[in-house]
Design a protein around this ligand. Structure first.
Ligand SMILES: C[S@@+](CC[C@H](N)C(=O)[O-])C[C@H]1O[C@@H](n2cnc3c(N)ncnc32)[C@H](O)[C@@H]1O
Length: 265
């Protein structure tokens, strides 16, 4: 299997990927200006306005449409954010962009985190004696939106999902996935839980397919893709995260994983 990391701005570097070569993208972009790691000018999380953010998302979605194979899938994980006291509905606004660019909406999944995982926002309820207009909910969900490039793709080899889940988790029958967030933030501030990526890869790809993450962060998507026998491609802007991703992926252990080919571009 081959694993390629592009260093730099996904809005530019991913143009180099062969058209129609991606079977699945699993990604989580920066959520508007929500985190403090957005210092670089071309960081998708560093914006003057919300419209600037959506314009960047549109550029990327256009590229994803071209690079995804017919019948291929994009899994887009986002959540609404509060910025300067206002709520910005990133999943809904991104959804409109995906449809405008030609994708079909295939699945809409809610990722439900344990109640205790939420940042406490219990303004009115607990702290202000239930005073109206002060309440904000603690947020325990994110959206996992699934888009398909129209058409039918070739079927490949696969393992029955029971090989990985026995018994099958009940939530996997529904569109509300109960997954604990990744608590180990040694690698990244906001890493994917491996379980979320594993489900997407098992449900939407065959063995030997190519899985992509344009916002690679600490490399979770590529790591899980490699473990499941898929090729992987990632792109990341931050040199610090790139270093961690390479470590997580085993780029420095070629003797141990000699059957894998690693490339940095
Ligand atoms: C939400 S994090 C992704 C975390 C990742 N899913 C993981 O498991 O570690 C978003 C990432 O996008 C990166 N990023 C932001 N703007 C970018 C750009 N223009 N090109 C490539 N990566 C970018 C950030 O550095 C950050 O690591």
């Amino acid at each position: 299997m081959k694993h390629i990391i592009y260093q730099g701005d996904a809005l530019e570097r991913t143009k180099e990927i062969d058209g129609g070569s991606l079977h699945l993208t699993v990604t989580s972009p920066p959520y508007y200006n929500a985190k403090e790691y957005h210092q670089e000018d071309n960081n998708v999380g560093n914006n003057e306005t919300y419209q600037d953010y959506l314009d960047k998302i549109k550029i990327l979605v256009k590229i994803l449409f071209e690079k995804t194979c017919v019948g291929g899938i994009v899994v887009w994980n986002t959540s609404p954010v509060i910025h300067e006291g206002k709520r910005f509905m990133i999943p809904e606004d991104s959804h409109n962009i995906f449809i405008e660019e030609g994708f079909e909406c295939r699945d809409n999944i809610t990722w439900k985190k344990p109640d205790g995982a939420a940042k406490l926002r219990c303004g009115g309820w607990c702290q202000n004696g239930g005073k109206p207009l002060t309440w904000h909910p603690n947020i325990v969900d994110e959206k996992i939106m699934v888009y398909k490039k129209p058409g039918t793709r070739a079927v490949g080899e696969y393992d029955d999902i029971s090989k990985y889940y026995n018994p099958k988790p009940k939530d996997l029958l529904t569109n509300i996935w109960m997954i604990n967030p990744e608590t180990n933030t040694h690698w990244h501030d906001a890493p994917f839980p491996d379980e979320l990526v594993q489900r997407c890869i098992l449900l939407y790809t065959f063995k030997g397919d190519t899985v992509f993450d344009p916002f690679l962060g600490s490399g979770t998507t590529m790591k899980v893709a490699r473990l499941l026998g898929r090729n992987s491609i990632g792109c990341e802007l931050s040199p610090d995260y790139l270093k961690l991703a390479k470590e997580k992926l085993g780029f420095y252990q070629t003797a141990l994983f000699s059957e894998e080919i690693y490339e940095v571009k």
